[in-house]
Every structure is written in C-alpha cells, then in structure tokens.
Design a protein around this ligand. Sequence first.
Ligand code: ADP
Ligand SMILES: Nc1ccn([C@@H]2O[C@H](COP(=O)(O)O)[C@@H](O)[C@H]2O)c(=O)n1
Length: 268
Amino acid sequence: MSDKSSYLSVNGVKPCGMSNGEVKQPFLIGVAGGTASGKSTVCKRIMEQLGQADMDHTQRQVVSISQDSFYRELTPAEKAKAERGQFNFDHPDAFNEEFMLKTLQDILAGKKVEIPSYDYRTNSLCPDQVITIYPVDVVMFEGILTFYFPAIRDLFHMKLFVDTDSDTRLARRVPRDVNERGRDLDTVLNYYLNYVKPAFEEFCSPTKKFADVIIPRGADNTVAIELIVEHIRDFLNNRIARSQEFNLPLAATKPKKPDNISPLQRLH
Ligand SMILES: Nc1ncnc2c1ncn2[C@@H]1O[C@H](COP(=O)(O)OP(=O)(O)O)[C@@H](O)[C@H]1O
Ligand SMILES: Nc1ccn([C@@H]2O[C@H](COP(=O)(O)O)[C@@H](O)[C@H]2O)c(=O)n1
C-alpha cells in the first residue's frame, strides 16, 4: 500500500454538480519537485489550511493524488531488474502517460475516477486497492514528473514546484526508503547516485521553468503556502459568484439550500 495513503483522499462523497446542473470542474493544481522535496507535505499543509485535514474522508472537498499511482506495470524482466535496484523509476518511460492523461481529463470533466494504490516494496500497483475519487472542489496532483509531459502539464490551473536543497532531499530519502520502503542503505545510496540524481537533473529540474510558483524549502515556507491557499479560495469564491449570477432567475422560485454548498465553499 502506498505510504502516502494517509492523506490520499479516498473520498466517498456523492458526485456533486452545480445547482444549475452544470458539471463542477475542480481547480486542478500540479505539484512537482525532486524526490523527498516535500511535495506530499505541502499538499497536506494546503489541505489543513483549507480546513480539510480533520474532516471525514467522505466529506472532503480537496483531494491529493500521487503520480506514483501511474507507474506502469513492469514486465517480468523489468521486475527482476527492479528487485536488484537496476530499474529506472525516475525516467519518464516508467510512467503510464496515457492513463495519467485520461484520468486527469476525466477529473476535469467532473467524472468519478478510480486509481490504483502503489506498493514500493513490491514495485507494483495494487489493483485490489483501488482509490475512488469523486468530483470535488480542488484536486492536487503531485509527483517528480508532473510537468514533464506537455499534454498533462497544460491541464493544470496552477503549477507549483517544491524546490528543496538536494542534500536535504537525500537526507530525507535515505531513512524513508530504509524504514518505509524496505530497502537497505547501500541499495538506497547506489540507486540515488546512479538513477535518482541524474534523472532529476535531466527530467525533473528543467520543468521548474513551467511552474507558476516555486516554493523554496517546501512545507517550511509557510508564507508561500498561505499565499497559495488564498489564491485557491479566490478562485472558488469567484466561481460561486459566477454560478450565483447564472442562477439568478431560478433563485426567486427555488432558493439555494445550504446543503447544495460544499463544505469548502461554506468557509467563505
Ligand atoms: N519541512 C520539512 N521538515 C522536515 N521533514 C520534512 C519536511 N517536509 C517533508 N519532510 C519529511 O521528508 C520526507 C519526504 O517528504 P514528502 O513530503 O513525502 O516528500 P515528497 O512527496 O516530495 O517525496 C517525509 O518523511 C517527510 O515527513
Ligand atoms: N518502486 C518504486 C517506485 C518509485 N520509487 C522512487 O520514488 C520516487 C518518487 O516518489 P517521491 O515521493 O520521492 O516523489 C522516485 O525518485 C523513485 O526513485 C522507488 O523508490 N521505488
């Protein structure tokens, strides 16, 4: 099971459209950055500041999805290489680009999607542990190569790059891989030097130029996180205002019930 599942939203809310029957498109945020830069932690902080962290997962209106759910299935030969620490999981070819694109397009179209969990210990997807994502207000999509694929990059309303010093990232990655991903120290260090670091320089770091906001120091940068949260709130408030304008003629005969407003919208 993914070690990010504690906040990965298995949200059970029913699909919710606008009161005028229009499909509600989520605010889609791409979050990129090197391994262990703090992408997941930044998403968690955004969720907390939007008042979503302590909420029952069935009520959440903010969802965070990891790009790791979109690793492609490996052939038996590739699996054997992965077990020896010789398969490159930091290369774009390791991902199922088509599935990633289709899933994000479906999310934007207001559809319910299903994505698998990822197991780092077996280097494989868990098809029996499917995560259902129902339509919500805000979807964050985080991963090392979130901005690498042009068609996927173009889908985001907002692009964040978490920019954390590489020594700090290595210092975080080593204990994480040993304690949570069942790797030994030598394998982790060799893998980092042979695959992770070169791929970061070739494929991930150059995508920083596509970001709207670069977040130095990741989750420690509380000012940047507050500014991003304010921007998300503005977007949602503007959308509510637009939808209320659109609904004006209906409002006289059918007042909008508080239940039609999502928990996130009710904050403002
Ligand atoms: N600002 C921080 N200070 C200390 N530890 C952090 C910070 N941000 C993340 N970590 C830790 O570093 C590790 C990697 O963070 P994570 O958010 O999972 O990174 P990513 O999603 O980019 O791989 C985790 O163990 C996390 O708890
Ligand atoms: N089976 C796997 C698959 C991926 N990785 C590493 O995960 C890193 C990406 O996840 P982050 O949370 O660190 O962004 C990437 O650098 C891969 O090397 C792995 O170790 N095993």
